[in-house]
Design a protein around this ligand. Sequence first.
Ligand code: ATP
Ligand code: MG
Length: 566
Amino acid sequence: MRLSKLYMPTLREDPQDAEIASHKFLLRAGMIRKTASGIYTYLPLGYRTIRKIENIVREEMDNAGAMEILMSAIQPAEIWRESGRWNKFGPEMFKLKDRNDREFCLGPTAEEYFTTLIRDEVKSYKDLPLNLYQIQTKYRDEKRPRFGINRAREFSMKDAYTFDTSEENLDISYMNMYRAYENIFDRLHLDYKIVEGDNGAMGGNESHEFIALSETGEGVIVYSPSGKFGATEEKAPVEYSLPEKEEEKEIEKVHTPNAKTIEEVGEFLKVDKKKCAKAIDLMVEGKPVLVFIPGDRELNIAKLVSLLEVPEHEIRMMDDEEIVKIGSHPGYTGPKDIDTRVIIDKSLTLMNNLVIGANEDEYHYINANYKRDFDGEVAEDLLLVEDGDIIPGTSEKYEFARGIEVGNIFKLGTKYSKALNATFLDEDGKEQYFVMGSYGVGITRSVTAIIEQNHDDNGIIWPIAVAPYQAIVTIVNVKDNAQRELGERIYKDLKKKGVEVLLDDRRDRAGVKFKDRDLIGIPLRITCGKKSKDNIVEYSTRREMENSDITAGEAITNILEEIKNM
Ligand code: ATP
Ligand code: MG
């Protein structure tokens, strides 16, 4: 492709709303353009990279025995109602109606859709296992669309679904996809970690996330230094180290003016924050719920979500009026003598002589003890992991890292097949529910992860495997015959040899060409300058940026060699 013809609207200036490198460079390199918040157009260079990623994903999925299909992006509401997710998905789902008032959604994912397809088609164990996938646009009305196509409202996802006869067979299908994902992210040249995930809204009982490491990532993961354990922050178990139990003392109501926060209360009463019960006053599906954890810790909302089995969007903080309405006082809520659902983190039940709110303005209790003075549902572990925490069952401390979730695989079990009544006949002619798994790769998000890991101040540094073009030939001065002729000759030769190559044959100044070349990040580069008349070119790679003067033939050989080894 000739740059004189290519639609590549590069920008000199950093776009205002671009906070991270990938967003900035995708816009500046003329790869994407914004239509509306979280909705983007992919321009020629951007779309080429997306198609390359799709093809790598496709090859690895096909190799693993999965079969590609394409279902509609529009899905009927009924199947989501049957599974119970029409409301559960909540405000993230784009809903629409046709002219006859029939309801649909723009698919945010497709567990229901695939399950109903198989439910109506596959009758016998003989047709199993089955692994189907699609690469399809997904829609999620994200609360905070950010970072360009990293967290978009319209994005491309590869989603796969497996159907098996038993949990054991699901384990095989799951591991097969796990390996396929390793191959995919290796081929995308991502530096990533695989960690245990929280199944969340998806359901099921085991999942893994593939996290591309990046300081700009929204995901926090924890892992053991030995590499044996890794999990998302949401999933990480916390085993809290607690003070020795002491003798139970007499409970006492004390005046604690202006001591509302844990800091203030602990300071005022001279009690370790750990032993001051922190109240989290919530409305869950419109009903009040009080959650108590140790004062020095934070609540892990994902753990609460899975305990309550309600979607996160159905949980919010109470306002002051609501706190008064349940018979308490803002800043002083406690688990004693209150007629509201109370959930207590287990650690609070293992310590004694606690400080708790007295549900009365300016009063706390000291020396409160679980069971003797207050009661409630005990939750095993509601705590967010923290620096310094020990990984349960080991003597290792958690390490922390940030990253971008590029893939996620789930063992779903029979959650969807049961909800949608999808069965097959087993060897004994007995009806059984399909045992399922689902597997997602963020195609467009992967583009952003690759750039976050591969850029410098001047632009993108594409790994060859996903570069929109593998090589670029720059003619420094197109008015110079020798330069132009050599550039054209090399360009044609590379094309003939199957290299995806750009020719910068524009009339622009050399500086502009070099800047654009760095910005769009083409990995292998030949410059035809002053020495062209002697058949000498400058050869360099985008990553190393070191020029060497070599013959045109040698440069071509280098490029072919690099592509062979990519
Ligand atoms: P997140 O936690 O980042 O919101 P998710 O866990 O909800 O993502 P999944 O349902 O696991 O997402 O979807 C599978 C994959 O699709 C994710 O691993 C991610 O790579 C991609 N993805 C999800 N949401 C978006 C989005 N808003 N924009 C771009 N890619 C996305
Ligand atoms: Mg996920």
